[in-house]
Design a protein around this ligand. Structure first.
Ligand SMILES: [Zn+2]
Length: 144
């Protein structure tokens, strides 16, 4: 996993440096050669396309791209992203890994920081339920 993450980083960095701004989206030789498996290849391409999309938006916002160029390039990248997601789906990979990761982080946070009003805990002295976060029991005044 670490190796995959590293090679992904190298691919993204390499493509970022090598890809000229106005290059048409399409097959990328570096990514193709470095990829070992279909999954690696797809994930690598997905990362590249997404980073290209971000760069594209940035360039457009800075006024370096005409709206026509922006729309044309954006459409190409989005088309490619859709194809990649379909291929990933076919391989049985979660459609959007970023979503999966974010849901995972949210679940971890929920475990780390409960503090929800509907969660309660029992008073050690009298057994009454008090909301989490209270320091003293509402029934007997004992420390929770
Ligand atoms: Zn109590």
């Amino acid at each position: 996993m670490l190796i995959a993450a590293c090679s992904l980083l190298i691919i993204v960095a390499g493509v970022y440096v090598l890809t000229p701004l106005f290059k048409e989206p399409g097959g990328n030789l570096e990514v193709e050669l470095l990829a070992e498996t279909e999954l690696d290849r797809l994930l690598g391409r997905k990362a590249v396309v997404y980073s290209n999309l971000k760069d594209l938006e940035l360039e457009y916002k800075m006024g370096r791209l005409s709206e026509g160029d922006f729309r044309r390039l954006e459409a190409g990248y989005k088309q490619e992203a859709a194809t990649i997601l379909q291929d990933l789906d076919r391989l049985g990979v979660a459609k959007d890994l970023d979503d999966t990761i974010e849901r995972d982080i949210a679940a971890r946070k929920a475990k780390l920081f409960p503090g929800k009003a509907d969660e309660t805990r029992r008073c050690p002295s009298c057994g009454a339920q008090s909301p989490l976060g209270k320091k003293f029991c509402a029934d007997c005044g004992g420390r929770l």
